[in-house]
Design a protein around this ligand. Structure first.
Ligand code: DGJ
Length: 744
């Protein structure tokens, strides 16, 4: 084991990544305390920082005898139980058969393994013996014989530590878990800020930064999905931390259902963060021998600012979370018919869009909602995964054959978790929905959640969908989910297990997605949840991209994609050029600007291409060619946020740099033009300061150091919403004749 050690004498565990270090210690009475997480501190063990004093009203465990300084109420702990004198937010709460609810976890043992642990039916980062090591620490509750296995995955080179928890009932009696957080992190007295990503449908992952205050603050979803409203990714950082400098910590939950991240600043100015499945409507019964696994939290630390923290996540997800070949392979640039036609199309209309797409150089046609059952509006049809031949005469295989004959790939939209009341599926199986006995249901978009906690329901739906995908040899699937989960009750579960429905629903989704990606390993799979309602690390385990938002307005997208970039790689964000005036905002922006914004994502088009003028078609043709030239930078390069759209109202700029630093693209949008304008300088990042770079458009040559320290002026006098585009290529120093050669 290279990166995990245990000092038998001091009882300190140390986990090391390239630049970070994590320490825990087994203290008196088998208490596992958290010692340190931060910059590498060499061979020092930071346990000296924990000073025990007699604190009024903070009780002491009985075993401590007359020692009044040892209190769980103030000690930093690694994973705290409930009802044992620690009055802060806790990681684990259970109810036992006798009605008591205390759990006192003591250290029992540890084991270390090469490679990364995996979880049962849950997404998680993966890693071979060369890439990761695992530490498992087992805690034990003596009275109930409950074992709690704390799992740590150490990715040294990626600078990532993951955590998860496996709870095992070794006792005779049934216990009910009320709260099983995936992790706890205790910080000593320290003033920190919280950065999180809030929003709403069509305006997801907006950025908010605020100082932590005394008491508990929480970021959460109770909607059965990770949600548009909050995101299961948060950052804690020092008050002075900026994009480029300072201490920061990221916590990303790889889970797509209800979640909660609670942060408490306590009486001693200590901060505790817990993250995991939301305790709301959650309870899980563990009979003798049963095991429950809490989903994974992916943690990163850096002292080099928030930009660096984001790049750690981008690299980690691309190399050890997303499994699709498309994580690096060029993705087909697509046209999607949703905003072009909504539900109103026939086979000729679709074919004509595909033909126009081929003409401008697109690679794939995606048929969105409306192709099945009686799906002429969003009031009907979900659940009937049979093509609507009134709309697509001759059926799907015939249309797809024509489209593929153009040399285009074909993709299709599905929404497997749902059913419309007006559908054959609902008429024959009304009991297959989540539904609370005797109560009327909450509708949303006039659709209901199927009870996919039930295997027969999952299997039925997937069989229908597989039949369609096989029949049209689909190259791509967009899996949508267009309502929050409500009516939370499954007729297939006994009353005492109704608290498991939310979690079983998510496990059901994961099982269905696993079947999909296993059956079609080459499929390009895009997740969607009314846009970005399930944009989380859990989903990225199944699909390399997620439709970022139903809002395709280029100006709003600047904020949405900026916020998303904090926790997620740019290549995971579905982004399309749509028509103007924009359907969501009514705003008009230049076609060039829409393409610049959409190319900071998985580039595609979503408009009626037949209606483009010849001039617009020519512009789009060039955009697609240009995008293909820089796609590798977006997929595999480093990403830098050069401005903050929440504070800078003049322009938004971002930058991609290839890993070898030889190529960089600086893109952005000028938001506002002013008379007698300021000269705005932007400062590039991530280049080789010693090297020379040529501006690909003008031929001007700069040192990397100049581009980063002296900056480059933005174009002056461009109008509102104008695109900003620079590209620089590293060059050899000029030879004797003054000619420059591009370095290979
Ligand atoms: C919501 C998605 O985000 C849209 O792109 C589109 O697929 C609609 N659903 C279709 O109902």
């Amino acid at each position: 084991m290279k990166y995990i050690t245990f000092n038998e004498e001091s009882k300190v565990f140390t986990l090391r990544t390239k630049y970070s270090m994590y320490q825990m210690q087994v203290r008196d009475y088998g208490t596992l305390v958290h010692v340190y997480y931060g910059e590498n501190i060499g061979d020092t063990e930071a346990a000296y920082r924990i000073i025990c004093l007699d604190r009024g009203f903070s009780g002491n465990p009985y075993e401590a005898g007359e020692d009044r300084t040892f209190s769980l109420d103030v000690l930093p702990q690694e994973y705290s139980g409930y009802g044992n004198g620690d009055y802060r937010i806790n990681a684990l709460e259970m109810v036992h058969e006798d009605g008591s609810d205390a759990t006192h976890l003591r250290y029992e043992s540890y084991r270390m393994m090469e490679g990364k642990y995996s979880l049962d039916r849950l997404p998680a980062m993966y890693g071979s013996a060369d890439e990761a090591e695992t530490l498992e620490i087992t805690l034990y509750d003596r009275i109930t014989s409950l074992k709690v296995h704390l799992l740590y995955g150490v990715f040294h080179d990626l600078d990532i530590i993951t955590r998860a928890v496996r709870i095992e009932n070794k006792g005779e009696k049934t216990v009910t878990i009320q709260r099983a957080m995936s992790m706890e992190m205790d910080y000593p007295s320290r003033h920190m800020d919280l950065i999180h990503f809030y929003g709403r449908h069509s305006m997801e992952r907006l950025t908010e930064r605020m100082p932590l205050c005394h008491g508990v603050q929480s970021i959460e979803s109770k909607r059965g999905m990770s949600s548009h409203q909050h995101n299961p990714f948060v950052i804690l950082c020092d008050r002075m931390t900026s994009e480029k400098h300072g201490d920061c910590y990221g916590f990303a939950l790889a889970y797509s259902g209800n979640f909660r991240c609670e942060i408490e600043v306590d009486q001693m100015e200590q901060t505790r963060l817990v993250m995991g499945i939301h305790p709301y409507h959650f309870s899980y019964r563990l009979k003798k021998g049963d095991v429950f696994e809490a989903p994974e939290v992916i943690m990163a630390y850096t002292r080099k600012g928030i930009g660096r923290l984001s790049r750690i996540y981008h690299d980690a997800y691309r190399s050890n979370l997303i499994r699709s070949k498309y994580v690096t392979a060029p993705r087909p640039v697509l046209v999607n018919n949703w905003e072009a036609t909504y539900f109103d199309f026939n086979e000729e209309k679709l074919y004509n869009i595909a033909k126009a797409a081929k003409d401008i150089g697109l690679d794939m046609f995606v048929l969105d909602d409306g192709w099945f059952g009686k799906r002429n509006t969003d009031y009907s049809g979900l659940g009937d995964w049979v093509v609507n031949e009134d709309k697509i005469k001759g059926g799907l295989p015939k249309l797809v054959k024509r489209i593929k004959a153009l040399g285009m790939k074909f993709g299709i939209w599905i929404e497997p978790e749902m059913v419309s009341e007006d559908s054959d599926l609902y008429r024959s199986h009304p009991d297959w929905t989540l539904r609370i006995p005797q109560r009327s249901m909450t509708r949303s978009r006039h659709q209901l959640n199927l009870d996919i906690t039930r295997k027969e329901v999952r299997d039925y739906v997937m069989q229908q969908i597989f039949r369609v995908l096989d029949s049209c040899e689909a190259d791509y699937v967009k899996w949508d989910m267009n309502r929050s989960v409500a009516n939370v009750y499954s007729s297939a579960l006994p009353p005492e297990r109704q608290g498991e429905v939310f979690h079983r629903y998510v496990l059901g989704v994961y099982e269905m997605m696993e079947q999909l990606v296993t059956r079609y390993p080459d499929l390009l799979f895009e997740n969607c949840c009314g846009g970005g309602g399930r944009f989380d690390a859990g989903m990225l385990y199944y699909s390399p991209q997620i439709w970022c938002s139903d809002n395709t307005d280029a100006i709003d997208r600047l904020k949405i994609q900026y916020g998303t970039s904090f926790g997620y790689p740019i290549s995971t964000m579905g982004a399309h050029v749509s028509v103007c005036p924009n359907h969501q905002t009514g705003r008009t922006t230049p076609l060039e600007t829409r393409a610049v914004v959409a190319s900071a994502g998985t580039f595609g088009y979503e408009l009626d291409l037949e209606h483009l003028t010849e001039e617009e078609k020519e512009i789009a043709r060039k955009q697609i060619q240009e995008y293909k030239k820089i796609e590798h930078l977006i997929q595999t390069g480093d990403y830098f946020r050069l401005s903050d759209p929440f504070h800078n109202h003049d322009y938004v700029i971002w930058q991609f740099v290839s890993k070898d630093k030889k190529q960089t693209v600086v893109n952005g949008v000028q938001l506002r033009n002013e008379p007698n304008p300021h000269i705005h300088l932007i400062y590039l990042e991530g280049l080789d300061g010693q090297a020379h770079y040529k501006d690909v458009q003008t031929g001007a040559v700069y040192t990397g150091a100049a581009l980063m320290n002296a900056g480059i002026p933005l174009p002056v006098g461009a109008g509102d919403y104008q695109p900003i585009q620079f590209q620089f290529q590293m060059i050899e120093d000029t030879d004797n004749d003054g000619a420059v050669t591009v370095r290979k």
